[in-house]
Write a protein that binds this ligand. Structure first.
Ligand SMILES: Nc1nc2c(c(=O)[nH]1)N[C@H]1C(S)=C(S)[C@@H](COP(=O)(O)OP(=O)(O)OC[C@H]3O[C@@H](n4cnc5c(=O)[nH]c(N)nc54)[C@H](O)[C@@H]3O)O[C@H]1N2
Ligand SMILES: Nc1nc2c(c(=O)[nH]1)N[C@H]1C(S)=C(S)[C@@H](COP(=O)(O)OP(=O)(O)OC[C@H]3O[C@@H](n4cnc5c(=O)[nH]c(N)nc54)[C@H](O)[C@@H]3O)O[C@H]1N2
Ligand code: SF4
Ligand SMILES: [Mo]
Length: 749
């Protein structure tokens, strides 16, 4: 027998970048002995990203190395200092406190908040139901109600699945309209595709056009064929005028969609009054521009896309819905070069999948009686649901926060920060002692990206090309560390009085019970046989394996098939390219039998829009919008030296005329005040802003006491834009908050 070969000192590994939706393929050079990442570079052999990466690719390395990252549970002592404790003690502490609150006041006295990195971690996503089931509460909050929730509501009511997003067919479209998104910086959201800049340039190179409609001449607008300023929050007016022109000029051509679409007459009737001239004062868009744009869009193979600027605004659902309506009326929905539906390997867009009908108002919040929508409560209402003064005896007393930093990311963060201290118990599943977690009684940290395997689960459903990708763990976690899925599963199981392993097995067996055996897509294998065939003994990849084997490219648990299974997935270092998105997936891929172009739930909001027109046309107010920056990811990359270095980025962009009127000079500090609060930041004058609109990035405000983020505090403290966001103003059909179009006053500081 020969001795095992010595491991090379330096090893090259492949994985996808889990920091943003683009999920670029990376090559990582590793020194195992030193437990160090030597280099990260774009992988030229990756079929999706072809060598592209952005500065945030280094986040993986710097988080892994961050000396302030937590690796052990910490518990707050009565004097406010923290002590490390063991996992058993930590689980016991969390479970007993949450169960005690439940026993005394009922399950709804506990609540939870789910943050954004969940979408980037397959275990965090798949095991949420374990925690949610264990808590059994109706108080469900998430970053979604500061994000895509209007799009979820529109899709849920129109075609029956909130997560069946139509994605721009970026590589084949000839006319790309981008509203309320800045993909050059965000790298594309609900449009996951690395190197958006190259793809947009390619549209123009093949004779197509890119049109950006945004209150700021963004980085994307700079390379577009055309940029149109629009007043924040006025997109629904504008899009109704687009529908008007489509009908008035005989441009409505739904094509094959007409066979299974209801509401074409109704939308014609709704759009009848909304001429471009009638909305021009409210939108700031010249009617001639609207008409020209509509004609050009119809003459080309267009894709009309809207993102967060259309969601987190006063009429977020109407605006998001109307984007889908415009695509449907022009036959661009589900058509090549238009907006297409990805086909995830995990089978989540296949016919016959379980269907949850849209529901709302089954219960209401205690403080203000705001109705639940599809199980969600607006995240900015957390504070008032906690405060004794506003919620009384039925207040929320226990809170679990998983991968979220709502003090910086939810509206009126100052009020929330104060409210959190009224809780009887708060546990945060997080890797930092930050603006939110400092209020907790217990913090449970998990392994970070390089220490756990991953599967691009959310983003295979939002990608501009079908793909399946597994990424390996590049380092063994240090002894005593836990994966996020293990924490969710264990906590959920203990709350339910079960064991983690039983809950884990149950989740997979439940899935196989519905999808294997006679009468299913896998008739030749029983659920027990299928279970026995799975490679892993536990965890998220076992669940993924079950999903992909029964999925559209899977082997159906047939040994003779060369379809996808976990082994094949794990053997593909660059992932598996599953081809361009397919057209004509509707109606089979949607749970509703017919596409409802004008869902009653959404149409009910039209009178609110109508009654706002007069005021929006008249007023001359200054409003605030948000802005993303290439080196940020919401609130949590500011503690990483490579990403935080450089000049102060948390600046207020102001049009020179607005600055002059307020007596503010470029580079000087400006005070920004809203109904809710005020912040001070440096002013940066620029004609990239539409007059009357100012822009401030979110995710800053790190100079709070009790926070262990010394790099952020030193290099990019900034100020929190959500101290200005008004938690009382909601997009009514979705309960989403308004982060764009906030009335503000500015003055020299
Ligand atoms: N004004 C304004 N506000 C906004 C927005 C805006 O555009 N304008 N955007 C909104 C949007 S789109 C979003 S998605 C939300 C985001 O809102 P949140 O999700 O609440 O905030 P994040 O800043 O993403 O916080 C992520 C948290 O997860 C932790 N974390 C990161 N990685 C890991 C990990 O591997 N394990 C564990 N356990 N924890 C981890 C971080 O330490 C941090 O505390 O913000 C919203 N807020
Ligand atoms: N670098 C980086 N990338 C990120 C993130 C990050 O923080 N940093 N966050 C990630 C997350 S969580 C998300 S959800 C995505 C979001 O991805 P995007 O939707 O692309 O986000 P933004 O870059 O904020 O672009 C929003 C645009 O909407 C414009 N806008 C504001 N109000 C209005 C309005 O009323 N109407 C119109 N038409 N436009 C308006 C703003 O000026 C801005 O240009 O980005 C993701 N990617
Ligand atoms: S674009 Fe997104 S996925 Fe690609 S390297 Fe940057 S952060 Fe990572
Ligand atoms: Mo987001």
């Amino acid at each position: 027998m020969s001795a095992p070969a010595a491991r090379p000192a330096v090893r090259l590994a492949h994985r996808s970048c889990p920091t943003c939706e683009a999920s670029c393929g990376l090559r990582v050079e590793i020194d195992d002995a030193a437990r160090a990442v030597l280099r990260i570079e774009g992988d030229p052999e990756d079929p999706r990203s072809q060598g592209y990466l952005c500065p945030k690719a280094y986040a993986m390395k710097e988080i892994f190395e961050d000396p302030e990252r937590l690796e052990r549970p910490i518990r707050k002592r009565p004097d406010g200092t923290w002590e490390e404790i063991g996992w058993e003690e930590a689980f016991e502490y969390a479970t007993s406190r949450l169960l005690d609150i439940k026993a005394r006041y009922g399950a709804d006295a506990n609540g939870y908040y789910i943050g954004n990195p969940t979408g980037h971690n397959v275990g965090a996503q798949l095991y949420l139901p374990a925690l949610i089931g264990g808590l059994g509460t109706q108080r469900s909050f998430s970053a979604g109600t500061m994000d895509q929730f209007p799009q979820n509501v529109a899709l849920h009511t129109m075609l029956g699945d909130p997560w069946l997003f139509p994605i721009p067919d970026l590589d084949r479209t000839d006319f790309f309209v981008c509203m309320g998104g800045n993909p050059l910086v965000s790298q594309g959201s609900l449009m996951s595709g690395p190197d958006v800049k190259k793809r947009l340039r390619a549209i123009e190179a093949r004779g197509g056009r890119v049109v950006v409609i945004d209150p700021r001449r963004t980085e994307t607008a700079e390379i577009a064929s055309e940029h149109v300023f629009i007043k924040p929050g006025s997109d629904a007016f504008f899009l109704l005028s687009v529908c008007h022109v489509l009908f008035a000029e005989g441009l409505v051509r739904p094509g094959r969609l007409a066979d299974f679409t209801d509401g074409l007459d109704e939308i014609e009737r709704i759009a009848a009054d909304w001429t471009p001239e009638r909305v021009a004062a409210a939108t700031g868009v010249d009617p001639a521009t609207t008409r020209r744009l509509v004609r050009d869009f119809c003459a080309a193979r267009g894709a009309w896309y809207g993102r967060i600027g259309l969601c987190t605004q006063e009429f977020g659902t109407l605006a998001s819905w109307l984007v889908y309506v415009v695509n449907a009326l022009t036959g661009r929905l589900d058509a090549e070069g238009g907006m297409l539906f990805p086909r995830p390997a995990t089978g989540r867009s296949e016919p016959g999948r379980p269907f949850d009908p849209f529901t709302h108002s089954r219960y209401k919040t205690v403080a203000r009686g705001i109705p639940e929508i599809a199980g969600q409560i607006p995240c900015g209402l957390m504070a008032e649901e906690i405060e004794t003064a506003s919620a009384g005896e039925r207040r929320m007393r226990g809170l679990v926060v998983s991968m979220g930093n709502p003090v910086l990311s939810a509206p009126n963060g100052e009020r929330l920060a104060a409210a959190l201290d009224e809780l009887e118990f708060m546990v945060c599943l997080d890797i930092y002692l930050n603006e939110t977690t400092r209020h907790a009684d217990l913090i449970l940290p998990s392994t970070v990206q390089l220490e756990h395997e991953n599967y691009d689960f959310l983003f295979e459903a939002t990608s501009i090309r079908n793909f399946a990708r597994w990424s390996p763990a590049l380092f063994e976690p240090r002894p005593g560390m836990r994966h996020h899925w293990q924490i969710l599963c264990e906590l959920g199981a203990r709350l339910a009085g079960a064991s983690g392993q039983v809950v884990d097995d149950m989740m997979v067996k439940g899935l196989l019970g519905m999808t294997t055996g006679p009468g299913t897509g896998c008739p030749n294998v029983t659920p027990d046989e299928a279970f026995a065939k799975l490679e892993d003994a536990e965890g998220p990849m076992r669940m993924i394996e079950a999903m992909i084997r029964i999925g559209p490219y899977g082997d159906r648990f047939d040994d003779a098939s060369d379809g996808l299974d976990l082994r094949r997935l794990r053997e593909a270092p660059q992932g598996i390219d599953l081809g361009p998105l397919e057209a004509n997936r509707l109606p089979a891929a949607m749970p509703l039998e017919r596409l409802d172009l004008v869902p009653a739930h959404i149409a009910r909001d039209l009178p609110r829009l109508e009654s706002a027109l007069a005021e929006r046309s008249r007023e001359d107010r200054l409003v605030l919008v948000g802005r993303r920056q290439i080196r940020n990811m919401n609130s949590w990359l500011h503690n990483l030296p490579a990403l935080a270095k450089g000049r102060d980025r948390c600046t207020l962009l102001v049009h020179p005329d607005d600055a002059a009127r307020a007596g503010i000079e470029n580079g000087k500090r400006v005070r920004v005040r809203s109904r809710v609060g005020e912040v001070e930041v440096p002013c940066q004058t620029s004609d990239e802003m539409m007059p009357g609109v100012v822009s401030l990035p979110h995710g800053y405000g790190h100079r709070l006491d009790g926070v262990r983020l010394s790099v952020a505090r030193e290099l990019q403290p900034g100020a929190c834009s959500n101290y200005l966001t008004d938690e009382t103003v909601l997009d009514v059909p979705s309960g989403t908050h308004v982060a764009n179009g906030i009335p503000v006053e500015i003055a020299p500081a």
